[in-house]
Ligand binder design. Sequence first.
Ligand SMILES: [Zn+2]
Length: 302
Amino acid sequence: MFAVTILGNNSAIPTLDRHPTAQVVTCNEQLLLVDCGEGTQLQITQYRIRRSKLRYIFISHLHGDHYFGLIGLINTLNLMGRTEPLSVYAPPELEQIIQLQLDCSGTILKFELSFVPLLPGYSGLILEDKDLRVSCFPTQHRISCFGFSIEMQKRKRKLIPEQAKAYEIPAAYFSKLQEGADYQRKDGSIIKNDWVTLSPGKAKRYVYCADTIYDVNLLPWLKDADMMYHETTYLHDLEDRAAERYHSTTVQAASLAAAAGVKKLLIGHFSSKYTELQPFLDESRPVFANTDIAEEGVSYIV
Ligand SMILES: [Zn+2]
């Protein structure tokens, strides 16, 4: 299972029906939170996300609409008796901000909270475990800002059930086959794994582009991604305003998706001035057909 659930799709000012940026990435049994705008913990409750499974949090940059929900979430996890460690990957100043809030309220955490600083301009691998690999890359925004590339580690091999049955392999052994094991029959003969399974194919990859101006320098990070999220704060007619404020438009995001050859584009971070989101799709799809609005509460399979 590799999916992205949208918790917030709005930019700076929250509205009653759209929240600031936050996304949950489900990678097998693990949950990752990408950005944590104000109200994220309520969205987590609303959409029944299992917060106890949350292990890693990635914060793209320190504009408030991307992290103001973090202290609230941490406090709630503590009140609920969390003991498992939690790692936050973020610009270095965030550690001081959170620590000050904890100190001033005399809060002592019952779980280990660690910060991994993302230094300005850094790109490369920041996390690798049995399920996933995460890299970060700088985007061009008003302050230091990062995108994240999340790759699901090797998936299980695909079983060919007819073949496995033809070789009389018991169904109880199928999960071992999917993990790559050969099968030994009672007479000692070996059934090779690749006679009964297919390769799992390329690892799937989701790229989150955070807040950014239109920037072709991002292309190497986006190339051939299975799904990409790109902000579209503004519609096409406000291209100049987007550039001034280091944001992007529909046509820009869709052009980048087309140039990168990604399979799917999710758009979000909509300016609060817009009440209707349909025009965002109407402008993006002619440039890149497989575009969807990042809708709150919806999970998109990578
Ligand atoms: Zn921003």
